[in-house]
Design a protein. Structure first.
Lengths: 158, 306
């Protein structure tokens, strides 16, 4: 009895997570190209709000952290703080080539990236910048990961 | 109002069991219509429900124990006082209420913005503080016409009983007073062009910047029920007659409440956010003017009658 009830609630939560993913966008020293492409997804042409996706302004409200840029030295600490502020379950999406490989900035002394050296990354969306279609596909895969992710408490928040 | 009826009013209609799904539906209609007005398809009507479930199932980040009081207490207070305000709405005929219930009703309606202001300051986030300051400022300017309109209605009906005010206010007072109250509605619901306090992106999330997971969900619940309570508040005073059948009253109340949502959405999606000086000037000039007309009509109506 209680087992089936719990299953029902878990199924409802999974369904809710699939239909209501809120993004937080963090620019870790990007050239603004990927940022513009991400915002494009919200326009009437692509309209990701159909799927309940919303760009949130506070990391504490978010489910998915979208990182663009190769993580410069000055943004590293902010990235760690913001990752800790996002409540579990959370998924990290690296948008563009910079967060994945540092792109043309690789080897620069002011770059601390790529992102996966600092925080765990779930989905990489390659491209310089990636097209909105690619970003939407990447985020929909991130939502699939988010829906089945187990909640575990993290002490890193502040 | 006996205790059983009070219980039903708090928990069933127009209280919790009605207000929550209705608030979600109103928020869903608002988001869907806004998207349609902007040439988008928009989220399904069930979106606010799924948002709430998702937020409730999130694991909030550990915080200092002294923060938990305001993080949980303030949104709970906002939810509770909104339910209380809903229960006091004179929807039905036999509901006599108690003398002075309009004062309690307005006090309870004012609690959620007050909690929001306190939450913004208590969060110690710079965005929260600026948002709370703006909320306080627009709260003051919107409450001048709001309260003046209510005073006009109470004075002209000669009663502090909300059901008596709804029944006995003459139309010469009722129309300008309701226009003044409608004028304040976008401010109280933090909609464009008065979305100063929660200015998305500009102020992050305003007073709610530091709230996460279930605590944010509580605020969303309070906001949904605020929609039901404030639209219901206007409708209750706009309809003077009550049928002897409870279901007729309930149906009229529900349909007219819902009819206000497209109006507010149209205003919100056709305007841009005002600056704080523009918003306050607009309220002082036009809001106060309409409320002054209502007050004048009440005063002259009284002196003419005697």
């Amino acid at each position: 009895m209680s087992g089936s009830e719990r299953g029902l609630i878990l199924r409802l939560v999974e369904r809710a997570r699939r239909r209501s993913a809120w993004l937080y966008h963090f620019n870790a020293g990007a050239c603004n190209g990927c940022d513009i492409e991400l915002v494009t997804c919200l326009t009437p042409r692509y309209d990701v709000e159909q799927a309940g996706i919303r760009l949130e302004a506070s990391p504490r409200h978010a489910d998915i952290l979208c990182v663009s840029g190769p993580v410069t030295r000055t943004t590293r600490e902010a990235l760690v703080t913001i990752y800790g502020q996002i409540p579990d379950p959370k998924v990290v999406v690296a948008i563009g080539s910079c967060p994945a490989t540092c792109n043309v900035f690789a080897g620069s002394p002011v770059i601390d990236g790529p992102v996966d050296k600092i925080i765990p990354v779930d989905i990489y969306i390659p491209g310089c910048p990636p097209r909105p279609h690619a970003i939407i596909e990447g985020i929909s895969r991130a939502i699939e990961k988010l829906a089945v992710r187990k909640t575990e408490s993290v002490a890193g928040g502040r | 109002m006996n205790s059983f009826r009070a219980f039903v009013a708090l928990l069933v209609f127009p209280g919790l069991l009605y207000a929550l799904p209705m608030g979600w539906l109103m928020l869903g209609i608002e988001r869907k219509l806004k998207a349609r007005f902007q040439g988008r398809i928009g989220p399904p009507l069930s979106q606010p429900f799924y948002d709430a479930v998702k937020l409730l199932a999130k694991m909030p980040v550990n915080r200092v124990a002294s923060d938990l009081g305001f993080l949980v207490g303030l949104p709970l207070l906002a939810v509770g006082s909104t339910i209380g305000a809903l229960a006091l709405l004179p929807v039905f005929r036999g509901e006599t209420g108690f003398v002075g219930d309009i004062v309690v009703l307005v006090g309870l309606l004012e609690m959620p913005p007050l909690c929001l202001i306190l939450a913004g300051y208590a969060s110690r986030s710079i965005y929260g503080e600026v948002g709370a300051t703006r909320e306080a400022l627009v709260g003051i300017v919107s409450n001048v016409p709001f309260l003046a309109a209510l005073v006009a209605m109470a004075a002209s009906s000669g009663s502090l009983l909300s059901s008596q005010i709804a029944a006995a206010t003459p139309w010469a007072v009722r129309v300008p007073a309701l226009i003044a109250i409608l004028f304040c509605l976008p401010i109280k619901l933090r909609l464009n062009p008065f979305s100063l306090a929660n200015a998305e992106q500009e102020l992050l999330a305003g007073p709610l910047t530091e709230f996460d997971g279930p605590r944010l969900a509580l605020w969303e619940l309070a906001h949904a029920m605020e929609w039901t309570a404030l639209t219901g508040f206007v409708i209750v005073f706009a309809v003077p007659v009550r049928s002897q059948f409870w279901y007729v009253n309930a149906t009229i109340f529900v349909i007219l409440s819902l009819a206000l949502v497209p109006l507010l959405t149209l205003l919100a999606s056709s305007t841009a956010r005002l600056k704080i000086t523009q918003a306050t000037r607009m309220m002082w000039q036009w809001g106060s003017l309409i409320a002054a007309i209502a007050l004048a009509a009440a005063v002259f109506g009284r002196s003419g009658g005697h």
